[in-house]
Design a protein around this ligand. Structure first.
Ligand code: SAH
Ligand code: SF4
Ligand code: F3S
Length: 448
């Protein structure tokens, strides 16, 4: 990038999932030619963007409380004779639209996930303090065509959005409403972006989508895309997230068996282990279907690390249903997982269901589930001690002389090492395991 020194400062705060992380980077890319450079000090910013998440009530509340703070910064700037524009992007913008500006008049721009390419226009309009500043209509093709992809990655790993939206309509979830229908980018555009990233030093890409394994480019699915990207020179590692059990086809399972670059890690949310609850969630699969799927994936790639998402206290969940979740977890043995108390989201079918579960019950179940998942994660990490793992070295470690990276199973690994090794996949002998990371020593580095 041949930027002149930026004249204006942009502060972006990102909430929610990796799709938002990717989108925040794209927003920075769109705004760079307008003279905006990133700052991490909101009080200095000429433009503040909150890229928001609507998935649970807490996530949405955080946005309004952050806006309260931003409003004070904006007032202080105005007192000093300077202007600050405030934009709300992401899923709260999409779901609550103009309501945001009613609740917080300090907000100048509300922009939904499909309209980021229109930010320059929205900013100009906001500067004129006139006209329509709400852009939340869906047109995903336009978004991807219009956003710059010749970006400057700031590390050796990068996210790459290949699919957006969701047609599954799980009864608890806002995503089909905030991100719209499933849409897949053409494989050629994705490959071009991956080649550009690799040529700028990126060694690992994580393909992103709300239902990434529903990826479909004219009948060609995620497995074909993975095989295509595996031929890109310099890309050592490919990952993808998040998958739906219903879209996990034979071709993708087979790719795990024979594509060397495809990492042995699979985030495959199940949400619950009781068929009664799964049905009420409209998941479209049973516990048995999920367990058989896990078996098939493990048959293809025996060492694969499994991860999942869980919701406890879904409306109507009884103790026996919750125990079925614990039982499923015991059978699968997860390497890592995310678990949440059910959060009632306005407008979703589950919000109107009978049998909402008391918060104390949800809290107690969450604690039990997290206890079990935590033990499994520890066990998975401990099992690596003594092994030599290929680690993609990504950045300086927390302590002087340390270097940090990721194992094939997405575990954080740190060891003593020269920063010049960043960007290489190096063998590391694992010497100890914590709850969330591994430590080790570089093994057998080829020296002449
Ligand atoms: N598309 C992905 C992820 C969606 S959001 C998938 O289908 O797996 C990430 C996670 O948030 C979900 O997997 C679910 O576990 C959780 N989640 C979504 N809506 C929720 C709600 N209303 N309450 C609590 N957790 C929720
Ligand atoms: Fe939400 Fe279900 Fe779609 Fe995942 S599959 S985004 S949980 S509706
Ligand atoms: Fe949140 Fe939207 Fe992602 S609701 S989880 S930011 S798709």
């Amino acid at each position: 990038m041949s930027d002149a020194a930026p004249e204006k400062r942009l502060y972006i705060k990102t909430y929610g999932c990796q799709m938002n992380v990717y989108d925040s980077e794209r927003m920075a890319d769109v705004l760079r030619p307008l003279g905006y450079g990133l700052t991490d000090a909101p009080d200095e910013a000429d433009l503040v963007v909150l890229n928001t998440c609507h998935i649970r009530e807490k996530a949405t509340e955080k946005v309004y409380s952050e806006l309260g703070q931003i409003k004070r910064l904006k007032a202080a700037k105005a007192d000093a004779g300077a202007a600050m524009l405030v934009a709300v992007a992401g899923c709260v913008a999409q779901a609550e639209g103009a309501e945001i500006r009613r609740r917080q008049p300090a907000v100048d721009i509300v922009v939904g996930p499909q309209s980021y390419h229109r930010l320059p226009e929205l900013i100009a309009r906001a500067h004129r303090a006139a006209g329509e500043t709400l852009a939340a209509d869906f047109a995903p093709e336009e978004k991807f065509d219009a956003l710059p992809t010749a970006r400057a990655p700031d590390g050796v790993t990068a996210f790459l959005t290949v699919q957006e939206g969701c047609d599954k309509f799980c009864s608890f979830c806002v995503v089909p409403y905030t991100r719209g229908a499933e849409f897949s980018r053409p494989a050629a555009a994705i490959e071009a972006e991956a080649r550009a990233l690799a040529s700028r030093g990126v060694r690992e890409v994580t393909l992103l989508g709300q239902n990434v394994n529903a990826y479909d480019d004219g009948g060609s699915g995620l497995a074909a895309l993975v095989r295509r990207l595996a031929r890109v020179p310099g890309l050592d590692r490919i990952r993808y997230t998040t998958s739906h059990p219903r879209d996990m086809d034979e071709a993708l399972i087979a790719a795990h068996a024979d594509v060397e670059q495809l990492m042995p890690y699979l985030h495959l949310p199940v949400q619950a282990g009781s068929d009664r609850v799964l049905k009420a969630m409209n998941r479209g699969h049973t516990a048995e279907h999920y367990l058989r799927l896990v078996e098939r994936v493990r048959a293809a790639r025996p060492d694969i690390a499994l991860s999942g998402d869980f919701i406890v206290g879904f409306p109507g969940e009884r103790e026996a249903d919750f125990e079925a979740t614990l039982q499923l977890v015991r059978e699968v043995r997860y390497a890592s997982a995310f678990s949440f108390k059910y959060s009632r989201r306005p407008g979703t079918p589950a919000a109107a269901m009978q049998g909402q579960v008391a918060d104390e019950v949800k809290a107690e179940r969450l604690e039990r589930l997290q206890g079990l998942l935590g033990e499994q994660q520890q066990a998975f990490n401990r099992a690596q001690v003594g092994c030599v793992l290929p680690v993609l070295l990504e950045k300086p470690g927390r302590r002087e002389g340390q270097i940090a990276g990721r194992s094939p199973y997405l575990q954080a690994v740190h060891c003593e090492g020269d920063l010049g090794l960043i960007g290489q996949v190096a063998p590391v002998r694992i010497s100890s395991a914590g709850a969330n990371s591994l430590a080790g020593e570089l093994a057998a580095v080829a020296t002449a």
